[in-house]
Design a protein around this ligand. Structure first.
Ligand code: HEC
Length: 213
């Protein structure tokens, strides 16, 4: 074996080292006396690369056993820990967001007293609602706001939502969220509700299938 070593490249020597393969033509040296119907057996050594892999798996199994069965590491716990961590982070974020945008977290509230309704009326004139809904809410391009039906909802929440987010696509009712403050949209929605049941000069024919009391 060794007499040929000088002629081998470094790579070939390396391969030889990690496989310890028996040289061809020298099978007799490692032939066992097992013989099964002419099938015989060579007593090859285990290739060192394979043995190394085998020992590595044993080492890993020890590490794994200690971690999982003696320590407190497992996938379930890892998952629970991550969920708990995410919860903490989300709560911190929520706290900060509530601080930065308090208006997002408070329910819009309806006003019914005259002072606030008067303010709502002023806004209704000033913000251009009258261009489409008429000076007395009787309607025009937009629907009549005084009759007892509605397209998008009669209650305060729906009305506030329509003013904030707009009407159905392409109908012309703008989403005022970005240009009118939340407080003012509350005043507008309150005022719009107070128009119901009033008698405008030129009422537009009723639109919508939502019955309002
Ligand atoms: C450019 C025209 C236009 C302007 C300006 C406008 N609206 Fe409208 N509005 C409409 C139209 C059109 C609809 C119907 C939307 C639909 O059919 O989805 C509507 C619907 C509504 C509704 C729901 C009516 C229903 O029957 O459900 C409310 C409430 C409303 N507008 C309030 C306002 C307020 C308050 C303003 C002013 C801040 C305003 N609108 C400005 C055109 C307008």
């Amino acid at each position: 074996m060794s007499e040929n070593n000088q002629n081998l490249s470094a790579w070939q020597r390396f391969l030889k080292k990690i496989t310890k393969a028996n040289e061809l033509g020298k099978e007799e040296e490692i032939m066992t006396d097992h013989n099964y119907d002419g099938i015989r057996e060579l007593d090859n050594v285990l290739p060192p690369w394979w043995v190394a892999g085998f020992y590595i798996t044993i080492a890993i199994s020890v590490f794994y056993y200690i971690m999982v069965f003696m320590g407190n590491y497992n996938q379930e716990k890892e998952y629970q820990d991550e969920v708990a961590q995410a919860k903490i982070e989300h709560e911190a974020w929520l706290k900060q967001d509530m601080k930065n945008h308090p208006e997002k977290y408070t329910e819009a509230k309806a006003y019914t007293d005259k002072a606030h309704l008067d303010k709502g009326k002023e806004l209704f004139m000033a913000k251009g609602c009258i261009a489409c809904h008429g000076i007395d809410g009787g309607g025009g391009i937009g629907p009549n706001l005084t009759d007892n039906v509605s397209i998008l909802g009669c209650d305060f929440k729906s009305t506030f939502n329509t003013i904030s987010k707009g009407g159905r696509p392409g109908k012309g009712m703008v989403a005022w969220e970005s240009s009118i403050s939340k407080e003012d949209r509350q005043l507008l929605a309150s005022y719009v509700l107070s128009l119901r049941g009033t008698t405008p000069a030129n009422p537009k024919a009723a639109e919508g299938d939502k019955k309002c009391d």
